[in-house]
Design a protein around this ligand. Sequence first.
Ligand code: NDP
Length: 448
Amino acid sequence: MALQNKYLADLLETVKKRNPGEPEFIQAVTEVFTSLEPVAEKRPDLVEAGVFERIVEPERQIIFRVPWVDDNGVQRVNRGFRIEFNSAIGPYKGGLRLHPSVYLGIIKFLGFEQIFKNSLTTLPMGGGKGGSDFDPKGKSDGEVMRFCQSFMTELSKHIGPNTDVPAGDIGTGAREIGYMFGQYKRLRNEFTGVLTGKGLTFGGSLARTEATGFGVCYFTEEMLKANGKSFKGQTVVISGSGNVAIYATQKATELGAKVVTMSDSNGFIYDENGIDLAAVKQIKEVERKRIKEYLNYHPEAVYTEGCSNIWNTPCDIALPCATQNEIDGESAKKLAANGCYCVSEGANMPSTPEAIDVYFENKMLYGPAKAVNAGGVAVSGLEMSQNSERLSWTFEDVDSRLKNIMVNIFKSCDEASKEYGLEGNYMAGANIAGFLKVAEAMKAQGCV
Ligand code: NDP
């Protein structure tokens, strides 16, 4: 749908011209601007302060060479990125993605989304994102370590506990964060909380591993409750089998749902008895193998090659937890036709604009990523607090703070949607609530 507000429509054209060949970034800006039309009308002071122009331009974009040597002694080169997008409300904060599809446009879309997500958590964190086109899959631990050390050798010049605090994302788990932290410490001779998602023996927070997936379910449960429903007895389709998918599956099951699918980039499994998460954890977290191996544990389950047919599975609730644009318009129509009434996004921007249109046309409950998956960065913020205090809180303490934050994020989205006459549109609510806090700070700090 074209933007009605002329100021935002013109600005979007400028953004398109300035960022050619970056469709994911343009998609993210378009979605946010669509939600912000009523704000631009109601708040001319923010237009006058140039907040909209400034918020779509990263404060700093760093692109660098990452040379490393593989196990055969061959020199390899990857490209590294860090986008320091917005520091109006705190140090830049956001994950590092290691995946062959990574290029500037992916990191910019993720960094842009991160600004609003971090604002929604109510913690003092600005927005940033980084990564590399390095693929950790199929590499030895030694290769991953040499890559991470080389990556951090350059990145360390740009980050710090009060400047920019990276974390994990696709392809960056506890192993990669450990190698990067070790290299930062060696280079700077400082033991600081410069990365989150650290191991528990060197400053990591309990419940950080579980945080994004658990948070997805806490937000979704709250959204369901506000609409007279709950996870209890519901059939849930989950995509992905990484960090977010695994812990979303765990919490949805604890809340009384039956999760029947999980996937990786090769295909998906369907288990009508409900996913055996212990088997998935063994395959993915311990052995680092493909989801197809699930059949060795449960031969009665069904494996299907390819990812998109996962959305043909009849369900009540869908939690996409793999990657961007994994649900297109056609997949969304299949979900709706098979009785799915709720889509809540664990991955970042997993729904195309056409899919989102289908959700609204079918009056489905739609939880947008920047609100639903904010639990990971929220607990990263709590890890930063624990590092500053040099204390470690208990699992129960962190988990209950996480739950509280997710309940409040839902409340903010709901209230903002109502205030702007868009009740039930939690996408607009999340964009508006996330934007307003950052916008006020940017206005107060002047033209910087
Ligand atoms: P992981 O690397 O742990 O897992 C990613 C999962 O998604 C894997 O199963 C992977 O399969 C699958 N996947 C990745 N790329 C594709 C693709 N192009 N097509 C199909 N499947 C794919 O990552 P996370 O679980 O950490 O991240 C998942 C999503 O959640 C991402 O969008 C991320 O940005 C978002 N997110 C993560 C947070 C966190 O705390 N980790 C916080 C907030 C959001 P395969 O192994 O075959 O590649």
